[in-house]
Design a protein around this ligand. Structure first.
Ligand code: NI
Length: 154
């Protein structure tokens, strides 16, 4: 028994999706969407240890004329200042901005924050790349200091 749901996409995105389907040999949109969903769910299942430390690179595009979006993004980054290390901002053209955000912290925290940003209306092409690391709070310490035991308060 299948569940049906309707998805709205802007015309340009729908055209691109149809072209993607043709390239990949899909006969209909449903099967293409099902495969994309399966792929996303599999990647999530296969993700490494969610309690482990990671650095993340989050990138996305948005239109800076989009109502309140720039302000809300800045607020979100401030609310998670413990995760966001730095942001690179590129003014792509008169309207569009591309940002790349470096994140550091627990894998699940980094993912949750990135997902909350990507899900915002107006954010396009959102993508998070996570890289596992030994310790979330080792940033800036010298190799020499690693030889001494130290307590973490994160
Ligand atoms: Ni800009």
């Amino acid at each position: 028994m299948s569940e049906r749901f309707t998805v709205s996409v802007e015309p340009g995105l729908a055209e691109e999706f149809d072209a993607f389907m043709k390239r990949k040999g899909y006969g209909n949109r449903s099967e293409a969407v099902r495969d994309l969903i399966r792929g996303a769910l599999a990647r999530e299942r296969l993700d490494p240890d969610q309690d482990g430390a990671c650095v993340g690179v989050l990138s996305y595009m948005y239109d800076h004329h989009e109502r309140e979006l720039s302000k809300r993004l800045t607020q979100a980054h401030h609310a998670h200042y413990n995760l966001t290390v730095t942001t690179l901002h590129m003014h792509l053209d008169h309207d569009l901005c591309v940002e790349s955000v470096l994140l550091r912290g627990k894998a699940s925290d980094v993912q949750a924050f990135a997902e909350s940003v990507v899900a915002r209306p107006g954010i396009r092409h959102g993508h998070l790349h996570r890289i596992p690391v030994e310790h979330p709070s080792d940033h800036g310490r010298s190799a020499h200091q690693h030889d001494h035991g130290h307590a973490h308060t994160d």
